[in-house]
Design a protein around this ligand. Structure first.
Ligand code: ARG
Ligand code: GLU
Length: 639
């Protein structure tokens, strides 16, 4: 009997530990060099490869087929001749630069018919990681510069040293940097940006968000980078991705391998509280003012819509993301959860003199810097967002932003810069002031100096706060020795793993994980710019001319378009390969679900999902819409 009782206790302990570890399920952006420690868990969830298949400093591994694209996106190499896939929105700038009224590649798409038609892109570079290395000791010993110099081998490579875990570790990343990267293909925007801002950050999604490039290497046959020359030859990667034509289904293991930009997973409740209560509401409200003005003018005039399209998209992308982020954080109760966890940590830290003060110091830091950061952000979202032209839209926007600046002035800071009412009065009120672009530009400078505060972009730039995070992070790792801590994203190569998985969007609403071309057709609307698909796509749909890029959903044969999975991703993961258990290419990551954008601050396994375009929709579009079968011929398929 006693034995049985012991067994029950033991089982319940195990059970409890399981539920703790599952609370962290699918969370994390792991360093390739750390992945060894995760592979057991990955394999339990279906992964079929070994750590060295993902990353190895000595042997070819999947990391060799991934690039940091243009300094803010990711790309996947898919052929032995340097063919590269990334998102349409990542190649957007290049596609736009090659577009003109005669050749409107943005609207109509671009399909090179052979290599000589591929278009060079001055200024665009891609980086392939050669290796990564913990150099904490070398940096502590003052050997930072020589470490970098040795790794760069006289200019052959580019090396960066960046802190991880708030400076508790220093790592070096060594890259080969290619600058001859040519545009090969892009779908029409009505596929590549289908649904526009309305569908942005939203699931269900039907966007074919991809574009195709090719990396070129020196004409001398060395396979090394070279400046653009028509004589350069396609780069021969040591690895490229095999295309998975058999797709995935709910529950299947997936991983995303790419370059997430910035996350802040370990900040205290105070930092999240600032974002939810102060920063996001102000930024969202001020951008709503701007977007309303552009929207009204765009509806009245087509030329205006085109002229303001890029700016509108940029303003709207973050505007919408912040709304989803606040929604997710509030729904999860992240501030209260973090504060409760901190209270427990504080009890543990109380008996440890080196850590006992940390939470108080952090709280004091936030207290002291809250208003400073807020004023910086308020200034950025108003004065720095102004355009000093004679355009009526800009003038109306400036007037609205001037009002917004005064309206969102923090009540906790008594002193408004006197210069503001003074100048506004003398210029004849807000609208009057906005009619004097030069005066407004002067006012912008004056207001900044009247604020008399340091210019800071985020709490991460405030030493008073960051210096306490270094020991705090160390303390957290001691406090929870069994928890595996992944470092915050910093635009270095990471692996996130999870599973294809639907989710409960809201009460009684379940979202299925896969969309199809039938959904594209259901949204198709020639009257609305963002939903007006190419005639060719309608023809293919009517003829059911899908080629081999199909799946069966509810008994009907169709083309899969997008899918969601529980991989932990962030901005910068756009264009990242999403891979199956064997490391074959299932699709390209390009977005997250709306409330799930909270995952930059806390990953909620219930709602955080990344959105990818299914590789079969990419192949279907290349072959059937673009007629670029010669690209398909270069690739390798698992079936
Ligand atoms: N939300 C995605 C990202 O953060 C896609 C943005 C581009 N698409 C758009 N409709 N603006 O980059
Ligand atoms: N669209 C984002 C990007 O360009 C990725 C989406 C996200 O933030 O998860 O990186």
């Amino acid at each position: 009997m006693k034995k049985l009782f012991r067994l029950i206790v033991l089982l319940s302990i195990i059970n409890c530990q399981l539920s703790i570890s599952s609370a962290y399920a699918d969370e994390g952006m792991w360093l390739p060099a750390q992945i060894e420690g995760r592979v057991k868990d990955m394999r339990k969830k279906g992964f079929k490869l070994k750590a060295a298949d993902l990353y190895s400093a000595e042997k070819p591994s999947l990391s060799d087929a991934i690039v940091l694209f243009g300094g803010g996106c990711t790309g996947a190499i898919v052929s032995p001749e340097g063919l590269l896939l990334t998102n349409h929105h990542c190649g957007y700038g290049q596609i736009q630069k090659h577009s003109s009224v005669e050749h409107d590649y943005l609207t109509n798409g671009f399909w090179a018919a052979n290599r000589t038609q591929e278009l060079p892109n001055p200024g665009l570079e891609v980086r392939i990681m050669i290796r990564m290395e913990n150099v904490t000791e070398a940096v502590a010993a003052g050997r930072r510069d020589e470490t970098i110099a040795a790794a760069e081998q006289g200019g052959r490579y580019k090396a960066d040293i960046k802190p991880l875990y708030y400076g508790n570790e220093q790592w070096m990343w060594v890259y080969e940097v290619f600058t001859d990267v040519r545009l090969v293909a892009a779908p029409p925007s009505s596929i590549g940006k289908f649904g526009g801002d309305t569908d942005n950050w939203v699931w269900p999604r039907h966007t074919g968000d991809f574009s195709v490039f090719r990396i070129y290497a020196s004409a001398d046959g060395s396979n090394r980078p070279a400046a653009y020359s028509p004589d350069n030859v396609p780069y021969r990667p040591s690895k490229f991705f095999t295309i998975a034509t058999d797709g995935t289904k709910e529950g299947d293991f997936t991983f995303v391998y790419g370059f997430p930009g910035t996350t802040r997973e370990y900040v205290t409740g105070d930092a999240v509280d600032y974002i939810v209560e102060r920063s996001n509401p102000m930024k969202i409200a001020l951008r709503t003012l701007r977007l309303d003005i552009i929207k009204e003018a765009s509806e009245a005039d087509r030329a205006t819509r085109i002229a303001y399209a890029a700016r509108q998209a940029g303003i709207a992308n973050s505007w919408k993301k912040w709304q989803g982020e606040s929604w997710g954080l509030e729904r999860r109760g992240t501030v209260a959860r973090k504060r409760a966890e901190e209270a427990e940590f504080a009890r543990w830290a109380a008996s440890r003199p080196e850590y006992a003060h940390l939470l108080d110091s952090l709280a004091a830091g936030y207290d002291r810097w809250d208003d400073v950061l807020y004023l910086n952000e308020l200034y950025n979202e108003t004065f720095r967002a102004m355009e000093f032209t004679d355009s009526e839209i800009d003038r109306r926007t400036n007037a609205a932003l001037l009002r917004g600046f005064v309206e969102w002035w923090p009540t906790s800071v008594a002193r408004t810069p006197e210069i503001i009412p003074h100048v506004i009065d003398s210029l004849g009120g807000y609208e009057g002031a906005a009619r004097h672009p030069k005066a407004l530009e002067v006012l912008r400078t004056e207001v900044w100096s009247a604020l008399e505060i340091p210019r800071v972009g985020s709490f991460a730039a405030i030493p008073d706060i960051v210096r306490h995070y270094t020991p705090y992070m160390r303390a957290l790792r001691e406090y929870q020795p069994d928890r595996l801590f992944y470092p915050d994203a910093n635009l270095t190569l990471r692996i996130a793993y999870g599973a294809v998985s639907g989710y409960r969007y809201e009460d009684a609403v379940w979202h299925e994980p896969v969309t199809t071309i039938d959904g594209v057709m259901a949204k198709d609307n020639p009257e609305i710019y963002d939903y007006d698909i190419p005639a060719k796509l309608r023809e293919l749909y009517t003829a059911k001319e899908y080629g081999r890029w199909t799946t069966v959903v509810d008994g009907r044969r169709t083309v899969p378009v997008c899918f969601i999975a529980s991989n932990h991703t962030s901005g910068g993961n756009s264009g990242s390969p999403i891979l199956n258990a064997r490391g074959e290419l299932l699709g390209l990551n390009f977005d997250r679900t709306w409330p799930g954008t909270m995952s930059d601050l806390e990953f909620d396994p219930a709602i955080c999902r990344n959105i990818s375009v299914d590789i079969r929709y990419v192949m279907f579009t290349i072959e059937k819409v673009g007629g670029a079968g010669w690209l398909i011929d270069e690739m390798t398929f698992n079936n």
